[in-house]
Write a protein that binds this ligand. Structure first.
Ligand SMILES: *[C@@H]1O[C@H](CO)[C@@H](O)[C@H](O)[C@H]1NC(C)=O
Ligand SMILES: *[C@@H]1O[C@H](CO)[C@@H](O)[C@H](O)[C@H]1NC(C)=O
Length: 162
């Protein structure tokens, strides 16, 4: 299990400056991210861990999107059109299932792209091995791709997927 707490260094002047910008965004909801300042890998990793924590640990879809996907959202998932509202409408019913569980294997960021590799257990379905790939603008997520494999339990390879 990876550590999901923010790993921004408050003693770093660059991190403090970017965080100050992030928290002054004005909107109908207060996003934690910012598109107006170029972000480091470190800050984007902080953002992606915050997103993963809200979505996959707390299962609070609205908070995950309000904090980290406040505006543009280009989605390449085959079943959902682009836009925050489409994503929320698709995800809310799935994540409101109290039996849904996500076990995160890894979270990584580099070159403006982030990955979350996790096992998603949706009761009544097979488990899924999911690789979510995200594009950033600053510390905000603005684009998403996913690759999903069903886990049957009959895999030949004992280290299948993870
Ligand atoms: C990032 O967001 C800013 C608005 O804050 C916008 O002007 C800019 O075009 C965006 N950049 C990309 C690459 O989407
Ligand atoms: C696993 O393999 C067994 C034996 O071939 C089969 O009966 C079962 O349906 C398979 N389970 C899945 C989830 O594919």
């Amino acid at each position: 299990m990876v550590r999901l707490s923010p790993n921004v260094d408050p003693s770093s002047r660059a991190d403090r400056r970017l965080l100050a910008v992030a928290f002054t965004v004005t909107s109908t909801f207060a996003a934690k991210c910012s598109t107006t300042t170029p972000a480091t890998d470190r800050l984007q990793l902080w953002a992606l861990k915050g997103f993963a924590n809200s979505l996959f640990v707390e299962k609070d879809v609205q908070k995950a999107y309000d904090d980290w996907i406040p505006g543009t959202y280009i989605n390449h998932n085959p079943d959902v059109l682009s836009g925050r509202e489409n994503a929320l409408a698709f995800l809310e019913p799935i994540f409101s299932n109290p039996e849904l569980k996500s076990t995160i294997a890894s979270i990584s960021v580099g070159q403006g792209i982030g990955f979350i590799h996790h096992r998603l257990t949706i009761p009544g379905q097979a488990d899924w091995a999911v690789m979510d790939r995200f594009g950033f603008n600053g510390t905000c997520i603005v684009e998403h791709w996913d690759v999903i494999q069903p886990i049957t339990g009959n895999e030949t390879n004992p280290i299948a997927y993870f």
